[in-house]
Design a protein around this ligand. Structure first.
Ligand code: PEP
Ligand code: CO
Length: 450
């Protein structure tokens, strides 16, 4: 890897999973235009998240990261965005009760539009077309026209990200996020939901109200910290031309930031040591994450850590393991041991979703709720046994009432999947399942305290 980094030095390295545009001139014109548009987030916000992640590495905070597998342009609407935010706020409340430490809330939101695929093409009924790579690249419909990568979609993606972020920011700063009024976070359909997790959540809200009133009576004043929340954005920084267009030098002259998101991550399919994504990521000042699946070897992991965080700076690097319920026990311990032995400062986060995807007989992609819970529990236990700590969870979820993952307290079966299967890509936890996971995390963290 060459020593001189620039926002485009990645172009000297092989870049996996990039679309092939028929008209490269049009791509350059769009990238040039995006470069002139304002950033979506600021370097100060990014630095604040950096510090929060450093806190989590010291065990003083916990990271909750979640959202859709892929956002779509069509779902950039009031309800889906607000519901996702409500769900993440409810989950963080459930977790904080067990953890008794700060929860860092991060959405897979406002830019999660580019997807890595296992095959470049897709075949249906004897017809083969380029695969769908996410709304920022091409269309989902199975037609030759829709599947042609269109550079103008980068601009639409930037705009949709800005619209989403504007709404999320307004909600997190204003009365909506006020802890005195958690009823604002109720989801529209939830009054009718009688699940165990929903009941537990209602109980928690009642006791929270009592605690806040008690504290404010003692203090004789209301606490402004309770009236707003910090909320950060993240996405897989996959499409390197797009990410470069949003990579800007800080006005403070301290280097380059990806100002299209607070917390970009490198996916399992693009983390090659000699690849373009690692080269791009090593030079930006954001806190960054890497997904690691079972095939990574300890030496490779250490080399990757050294490239991304040569000075071993706190807060800089998060490792998101996504091994799968059946592989985590053999694959995770050697990685943890290597990180401890080499004294690398990382935040360990568990993604219990991506190693647990299975296909039903009917050809639907699903995940079993029990596998997800098992992988989470095993993660807590493995870290504890190795002398390390699990510092967060990375989940695919939605505030919509979908049926995509099987199991959970409502006992969804494979035949229930058809009733509200909406994802175009990976299956997400629905409201009840996500809340159940939050209580499980809360439970695990409360045990850690004693
Ligand atoms: C994802 O997070 O949607 C994803 C593709 O994950 P991974 O890179 O871990 O496979
Ligand atoms: Co996914």
């Amino acid at each position: 890897m060459s020593q001189t980094w620039s926002p485009t030095s990645w172009k000297n390295f092989p870049a996996a999973q990039q679309p092939l545009y028929p008209d490269s001139g049009q791509l350059s014109a769009v990238v040039k235009q995006i470069k002139t548009l304002p950033p979506l987030v600021t370097s100060w916000e990014i630095d604040r998240l950096h510090q929060d992640i450093a806190l989590a590495q010291r065990g003083q905070a916990w990271l909750l990261q979640g959202g859709d597998c892929a956002e779509t342009f069509e779902q950039c609407q009031t309800e889906p965005i607000a519901s996702k935010l409500k769900l993440l706020l409810q989950m963080s409340l459930a977790i904080v009760f067990g953890a008794r430490k700060r929860i860092i809330r991060v959405g897979r939101m406002a830019g999660q539009y580019a997807k890595p695929r296992s095959s470049d093409t897709e075949s249906q009924g004897g017809v083969t077309l380029p695969c769908y790579r996410g709304d920022i690249v091409n269309g989902y419909s199975f037609t030759p026209e829709a599947r042609i990568p269109d550079p103008l979609r980068l601009l639409r993606g930037y705009e949709r990200s800005a619209l989403t972020l504007n709404f999320v920011r307004a909600l997190s700063e204003g009365g909506f996020a006020d802890l005195h009024h958690p009823e604002n976070w109720n989801l529209l359909f939830v009054n009718t939901a009688k699940g165990e997790a929903a009941e537990r959540y209602k109980e928690l809200v009642r006791s929270l109200g009592d605690s806040i009133r008690f504290m404010e009576t003692i203090l004789h004043e209301s606490t402004p910290e309770l009236k707003r929340v910090d909320f950060y954005t993240s996405h897989e920084a996959l499409h390197l031309d797009y990410e470069t267009a949003l990579t800007r030098e800080s006005v403070r002259g301290i280097g380059f930031y990806n100002m299209g998101t607070h917390f970009p991550w490198i996916g399992e399919r693009t983390r090659q040591l000699g690849g373009a994504h690692l080269e791009y990521f090593r030079g930006i000042r954001n806190p960054v994450a890497v997904k690691i699946g079972g095939s990574i070897q300890p030496e490779e992991l250490i080399e990757m850590i050294d490239k991304l965080n040569p000075e071993n700076k706190p807060g800089r690097l998060t490792l998101i393991h996504r091994m799968g319920r059946n592989k985590i026990e053999s694959q995770l311990p050697p990685l943890i041991d290597a990180v401890l032995r080499e004294q690398k400062t990382v935040l360990w986060v568990c993604d219990p979703m991506h190693g647990n995807t299975v296909s039903t007989a009917g050809g639907r992609k699903t995940r079993r709720f029990d596998d997800i819970v098992d992988e989470l529990r095993l993660s807590f236990a493995i870290h504890r046994a190795c002398g390390s700590t699990l510092g967060g969870a990375h989940l695919e979820l939605t505030g919509e009432d979908v049926t995509e993952c099987v199991g959970g307290s409502r006992g969804l079966t494979e035949s229930d999947l058809e009733s509200a299967y909406q994802t175009q890509l990976d299956p997400r936890l629905n409201y009840e399942q996500a809340l159940e996971i939050a209580f499980e995390i809360s439970n695990q963290l409360s045990q850690q305290r004693f």
